[in-house]
Ligand binder design. Sequence first.
Ligand code: ADP
Length: 282
Amino acid sequence: MSNCDSCSSKGNCNSEGTGCGGKLEPKYGKIKHIIGIISGKGGVGKSTVTGILATELSKAGHSVGVLDGDITGPSMPRFFGINNKRAEMIQVGDTEEIKFRPVKTSRGIKVISLNLLTEQEEQPVIWRGPVITGVLKQMYSDTEWEELDYLLIDMPPGTGDVALTIMQELPLEGLVVVSTPQDMVSMIVKKVIIMAEKMGINVIGAVENMAYIKCGKCGEKINVFSKKSAKEHAEHLGIPLLAEMPINLNLVESMENGTVEKFLEESNEYEELIHNFKDRIM
Ligand code: ADP
């Protein structure tokens, strides 16, 4: 499906129906905003931030999809507690083509992940780069997204093959960069930011995750990794700070229990994140 009808360059470009500038368009849906969530290295909370953003956008009344692009380390089904469900694979008419029906979370967020397509979630992916990027593109193109306001892509960490494919071939509107306030992490994150700049991709801002803990008794904010503030780290990265998030054991517990959406429905902790995010997109 192409959205050329509304394009001012209609008839003057050579994209041949693949979408603006030759970018891939989903076959079974129309998506207003496609945003990638990326980090320099694993374990800093990229998937957690993807899930929080998706839930907060859904709370604000938007229709949301999540593409788990971290093919070798998919964690979105576990985040939403839907890891015991399977995405349906449906034959398209009489053709050999298959489309995917995403699994819906309790809020109705549409999620597709390799872990929802394989029989067991522990099954590893032992594929080389080109196969992995092919699968990623197929999950993006062949999923029944229908009408979405936002598709959030949980990208693999770093500047590898899949990240490059997403930046080059998908109509990404921008990237949210997740980091922890540590000089070592910032150095690696900087590589991602420079890569995005070289590819002409807008960097929406940084989320400094696990930046501090709050004392349960006196409420004092204690920086965990660095004496520098999250703001100073974002300034060093040269991108706006969207939010500074604490280590939150209640959040972790709700993820472990599969009740994260309920936890987030009752929490207003991430209002700043969603406010700053939407401010930089609309
Ligand atoms: P990534 O996608 O960058 O690899 P994850 O989102 O999977 O990272 O998070 C890594 C681990 O850290 C997970 O166990 C997750 O539950 C935990 N985690 C992430 N963010 C927070 C947070 N703000 N508070 C507490 N634990 C967190």
